[in-house]
Ligand binder design. Structure first.
Ligand SMILES: Cc1cc2nc3c(=O)[nH]c(=O)nc-3n(C[C@H](O)[C@H](O)[C@H](O)COP(=O)(O)O)c2cc1C
Length: 186
C-alpha cells in the first residue's frame, strides 16, 4: 500500500476478531508510534498491552470503577463492564507521560505528541491488514482506572487502541472536500 493511499483510506474497525496481532506486527506498530512528532525529543508516552487474562483483569478494573461511582449498580451492569475489553483480542492503552514545568514544551504539546503516536499506531495496524479502533469513554478518564493501571501523577490515559483481525466490512470513508477546511492566503 502506497503511503498516501494509507493516509487517505485508513478506517477504524470496531468489530474485531482473533488472533491478536503477531509479535512482528506489534513491533511495527510500536516503531510507528516512536516516530511521532516530538518537540525536544521528550518521547512523552508509554503503552500498556493487554491480551488473554490481561483483558479479564482490565474488565475487572472497569467494573470496579463503575462500582465505586455507584455502589448500588446491579450485577448485570457490572458484568457488561467486565466484558467491554473482550471486544478485541488485544488492547493497547496509550498513556501520555507529561513532564510539567517546561515553558517550551507545555503539557498540551506532550499530550498531542502522545496522540500522534496513537494515530501512527492506527496507520501501522491498518497497513498490515489489522483492524483497530481508538476508544475512550468513561474508563479512559476515570481516576480509579488510572490508579489501577498504575498511572503516575503526571500521566494521562489518552485512549485504548482495540486491535485484532477486521471482523466486518469497512464502511465507506466519508467524502470531505479539503476546500471546506482550507483558507488560502497567497
Ligand atoms: C481521542 C478519541 C477518542 C475516541 N473515542 C471513541 C469511543 O470511545 N467510542 C467510539 O465509538 N469511537 C471513538 N472514537 C472514534 C473512533 O476511533 C473512529 O475514529 C471513528 O469511529 C471514525 O472512524 P474512522 O477512524 O474510520 O474515520 C475516538 C476517536 C478519538 C480520536
Amino acid at each position: 500500500m502506497d503511503a498516501l493511499e494509507l493516509l487517505h483510506q485508513r478506517r477504524s474497525m470496531g468489530k474485531l476478531a482473533g488472533p491478536a496481532p503477531a509479535e512482528e506486527q506489534l513491533d511495527a506498530i510500536y516503531r510507528a508510534a516512536l516516530r511521532a512528532p516530538d518537540h525536544k525529543e521528550m518521547t512523552p508516552y508509554r503503552f500498556i498491552e493487554f491480551s488473554g487474562e490481561g483483558l479479564d483483569r482490565l474488565g475487572e478494573l472497569f467494573a470496579r470503577s463503575d462500582y465505586q461511582a455507584n455502589p448500588h449498580i446491579d450485577e448485570g451492569a457490572l458484568d457488561s463492564a467486565r466484558k467491554k475489553p473482550k471486544r478485541a483480542p488485544m488492547i493497547i492503552a496509550v498513556i501520555a507521560t507529561i513532564t510539567p514545568g517546561l515553558s517550551k514544551v507545555p503539557p498540551v504539546e506532550q499530550i498531542i505528541s502522545a496522540g500522534c503516536a496513537a494515530h501512527a499506531m492506527l496507520y501501522a495496524a491498518y497497513a498490515q491488514g489489522l483492524g483497530a479502533m481508538w476508544r475512550t469513554g468513561t474508563y479512559a478518564h476515570d481516576k480509579t482506572v488510572w490508579q489501577g493501571l498504575g498511572l503516575g501523577e503526571h500521566e494521562e490515559l489518552i485512549g485504548y487502541l482495540y486491535l485484532g483481525q477486521p471482523g466486518g466490512r469497512y464502511p465507506d470513508a466519508p467524502v470531505r472536500n479539503p476546500g471546506d477546511f482550507v483558507e488560502r492566503r497567497r
